[in-house]
Design a protein around this ligand. Sequence first.
Ligand SMILES: Nc1nc2c(ncn2[C@@H]2O[C@H](COP(=O)(O)OP(=O)(O)OP(=O)(O)O)[C@@H](O)[C@H]2O)c(=O)[nH]1
Ligand SMILES: [Mg+2]
Length: 459
Amino acid sequence: MQLDPKESPQYAIVAAVQLPSVSDAEFNASLSELRELAKTLGITVVHTFMQKRSSFDTTSYLGNGKCEEVKRYIDNDPVMDAWQTDAKLLEYAGKIDFVLVDHDISPSQARNLELAVGCEVMDRTMVILEIFHRNARSHAAKAQVEIARLGYMAPRLREAAKLAGPQGRQRSGVGGRGAGESGTELDKRKIRDRIAELKKDITAMEADRVIQRSRRQERQGLACVTLVGYTNAGKSTLMRALTGSEVLVANKLFATLDTTVRVLYPESVPRILVSDTVGFIKNLPHGLVASFKSTLDEALDASLLLHVIDASDPGFERQLAVTDEVLADIGAQDLPRLRIFNKIDHVGDDAAQASCRAALTEKYPGCVVMSARRPDDVAALRLAIIAMFQGELIEAELFLPWSAQQVRGQIYTNCAVLAERSEEDGTYFTVRGEPAAIQALREQIDPAMKPVILEDWEK
Ligand SMILES: Nc1nc2c(ncn2[C@@H]2O[C@H](COP(=O)(O)OP(=O)(O)OP(=O)(O)O)[C@@H](O)[C@H]2O)c(=O)[nH]1
Ligand SMILES: [Mg+2]
C-alpha cells in the first residue's frame, strides 16, 4: 500500500455489496464507520458505489457491471448520465487512489477486483491494520501489529505470485505493495522468519512484563480498574478526568494503542489504579485480537472493568455487543463490569438527555450515565468506583517489629491506618484495607506471622 501520511489529500471510493440479511440501517452505519476509519488515515471517501446482491461475487466481490462502472469512474471516463449532474462526483473522477471494501474479502477476490477496476483495493481489515501500524508507539505494540500485518499479507503475496506467473517476478498489482517483485519463495521464508523473530521478541517482553506485574502486585496489592470499550467512546478522556493525567485524547479512531496505568486522583484508600486500553471495533481483525491479547492481558488483571459506551452514538448497542464479544474472545467475560454510558451531554437537549438516561437506567440496571466533560459526573463516578472497592475492605491489626520498619510506608500507602501504638518490640497498627493488600503486607512483614483479625478478636 502506498500511503503517505504527509502526502495529502488522498481520495477513495467505497464499493459495497448489501446482502439481503443486512438492514439499511446496519449497512449504512457500517459504511460510515469505514469512512471514519479512512479519514483517520487521511483518505477522503468521495463516493460510495452500492450494489444489492444475494451473495458476494466469488471472483471479484462486485458483479461485472458494477466493476465496469467503478472502472470508468476511476479512469475518468464518466460517460454515465447520472454523473453529469453531480459536480462533486465529476470533480474527483480520475483522482481515486483506493477502492475501499467494507467486507473481509479473500486475497483472490481482492486481486481480481484490483485488476477489474484498475486501482488498489483495501478491505476493512487492511484499513484497521494500517491505522494500528501508524498509531503503535511502544516496542511491544509495534511488534504485535507487525505480526498481524505479516499474517494478513502472506496469503496475498501468494495470490500476487500466482497471477504474476511461474517466474513470479512481475510487479504486483496497480498500487504495488512492493511484494511479489522477486522470488516468492524467498518472500514467504522472509515473512516466516520475521514473524518467528517478532514472536520471540514479544515472548521476551512478556516475560519481563510478568515479572514486573508480579513485582507490582507484591509491592502494592492495589485495586485495579480497566477502561475498555469501543474506539472513540471516551475512555482516554475519562482516564484523564479520573486521574488528572495527560493521556492522549483525540477525535479519531484508535487513538490509544498501548495500555497506560495511572492512580485514581485524588488518591483513595485503597489506592486504585486505572488502566486505559486500546479501543475495540466491529470485525476487529483476528490477528489483531490475538496480538493485542497480551497487551490487554495485563489490564485484564483488573478487579473491575469500566465498560465505556458512547450514549450519543445511535449505533451504541451494536458497539456494546462488539465489546462484549471481544471481551469474551480474550477470556474476560467473567470480570465484574460497570457499564458507563458516556457523552450524555451530546444527546440533544435536556429533555432528550433525561429520557435517554431513564431508558438506559431501566434497560441496564446499575449502569452509570454521565459525561466525561462534567466534573460533577466524574467526581460521582470516582466515588462509585471507590465504594465498589471499599465494600470489600476489612479491619485488621498488623504488628511491625522494629526489624521490619521498611514496610511502614507501604502500610500507609495500601491501607487506612486507624490507630498506631508503639510497644517495646515494635509497632501495632489497626488498619482498614483490601484483604489481598493486608495479606500481602503480612507476608512481607513475616511469612510465618498470623495477625489477629479484629472481628475474631471481639468474639
Ligand atoms: N461531548 C462529549 N465528548 C466526549 C466525551 N468524552 C469524550 N469525548 C470526545 O470523544 C472523542 C474521543 O475521546 P477519547 O477519550 O480519545 O476516546 P477513546 O475511547 O479513548 O478512543 P480510542 O483511544 O480511539 O479507543 C474526543 O474528541 C473527546 O473529546 C463526553 O462526555 N462528551
Ligand atoms: Mg483512547
